[in-house]
Ligand binder design. Structure first.
Ligand SMILES: NC(=O)c1ccc[n+]([C@@H]2O[C@H](COP(=O)([O-])OP(=O)(O)OC[C@H]3O[C@@H](n4cnc5c(N)ncnc54)[C@H](OP(=O)(O)O)[C@@H]3O)[C@@H](O)[C@H]2O)c1
Length: 365
């Protein structure tokens, strides 16, 4: 029996963390139909901060409940089955999916196929299906063992980028001639910009912080790059759509006031600016909407069918992962102290955009 480690944050103040260490679980703790996974590696980006910020509003706390006002932030990771009381799931199998920041996770596989399964635990039944899915590495067209880090980092983020680009195109850009993307240095942002630019249907403008301007410009994904100081100099003569990637309320408000009625569409994708008042009251221009990627994914799976969806996504993925390998370096933050440091830096927005982070607990399964 091994030790389990659980990284938790206060739901009412996500800067406060604790690490809970318990005597581990084994097959003897499982009931019929359950399996025990050991989380090997997971990606940590600003997106995971959104999961904490929107934990109550979007039910992210409900995936992996914790007691007494503590929360377990979801992460995308690879886990290995280390004990199984399910007839179709073998010890040693490796799955990609949604995990808490913990060494272990007990789940109850349901709808098992060669491709994977969904977690059928009662507390996850009402949560969005996309987050309940565990994909077997053995039958996953995206999977290669050499590219695991890229998959952890970019699969969720680039899927969102793919869906934002598709959503805008699906809606004829809401009549806009330019799409303005804030937090332009974020992985989700420049993935979106690369796809939008390739269509050549509208100008793609990136807005970023002064410190990250050179990185964003060097990516070559945007037609123009400006800093947040430049908002009031943007060309209001062309109708605009705004994609607020990380939920920067003050930039959003300034942009709405600048464009007024010529802002044809405005959406917020994430909420990583957790200590920035997001409520900016009534704003001129299009009413800001929440962009929820799984909804557009569901629509396109119905419109196109899963095979065509997969084929289109794969083509985009191959292009993007070829591009990104030269743009960022990947750091490995291993152990509870390194994870705490990474978490606090991400919370403060102090992570260089050309460094991506893969984390893991340094204990044996
Ligand atoms: N709705 C969805 O389904 C969905 C899916 C994927 C991602 N997202 C959202 O997209 C956003 C970006 O996620 P990501 O994982 O792509 O991020 P990332 O690569 O880790 O991006 C980090 C960048 O975001 C900006 N940023 C984020 N938090 C900040 C803070 N607290 N203070 C200052 N700058 C901050 C900075 O960009 P600048 O310097 O350029 O401003 C920073 O360089 C997140 O809010 C995430 O939740 C949403």
């Amino acid at each position: 029996m091994t030790k389990t480690i659980d990284f938790q944050v206060r739901r009412d103040n996500i800067a406060v963390t604790r690490t809970v260490s318990l005597t581990g679980q084994s097959e003897a703790d499982l009931t019929d139909g359950e399996v025990l996974l050991h989380l090997d590696r997971f990606a940590f980006t600003a997106n995971n901060i959104t999961y904490a910020v929107a934990g109550d509003m979007m039910s992210y706390w409900n995936f992996f409940p914790a007691a007494d006002g503590w929360g377990r932030i979801p992460v995308w990771g690879f886990g290995d089955v280390i004990a199984s009381r399910h007839g179709s799931i073998e010890v040693g199998a490796r799955y990609y999916g949604y995990f808490p920041m913990s060494t272990h996770l007990t789940i109850k596989p349901d709808r098992v196929t060669d491709q994977g399964f969904s977690d059928g635990c009662d507390h996850r039944k009402d949560l969005h299906a996309v987050y309940n899915q565990y994909t077997a590495t053995t039958n996953d067209p995206i999977y290669t063992s050499a590219s695991e880090d890229l998959q952890l980092l970019f699969r969720p983020l680039f899927t969102t980028a793919f869906l934002i680009d598709d959503f805008l195109d699906d809606n004829a850009y809401f009549g806009a001639d330019q799409v303005i993307v804030s937090s332009a240095s974020a992985k989700t942002a420049f993935g979106t910009a690369r796809l939008l630019s390739a269509r050549k249907s509208c100008q793609v403008i990136g807005l970023t912080s002064q410190a990250n301007k050179d990185f964003v410009t060097g990516l070559g994904c945007y037609d123009k790059v400006g800093t947040y100081e430049d908002v009031e100099t943007l060309d209001t003569g062309a109708a605009a759509a705004f994609v607020d990637i990380a939920g920067n309320g003050s930039v959003r408000a300034r942009l709405h006031h600048h464009f007024k009625g010529n802002l044809k569409y405005s959406c917020t994708v994430g909420a990583s600016h957790w200590n920035q008042g997001a409520d900016t009251g009534d704003l001129p221009g299009a009413k800001p909407m929440l962009f929820f990627a799984p909804a557009q994914g569901q629509k396109r799976n119905q419109d196109w069918g899963p095979a065509v969806f997969q084929e289109r996504f794969m083509a985009a993925w191959i292009d993007f992962t070829g591009f990104i390998a030269d743009q960022i370096s990947i750091d490995h933050d291993i152990g509870t102290a390194a994870i705490e440091t990474l978490y606090q830096a991400m919370l403060a927005g102090n992570v260089a955009p050309d460094h991506a982070h893969i984390a893991g607990f340094d204990i044996e399964s």
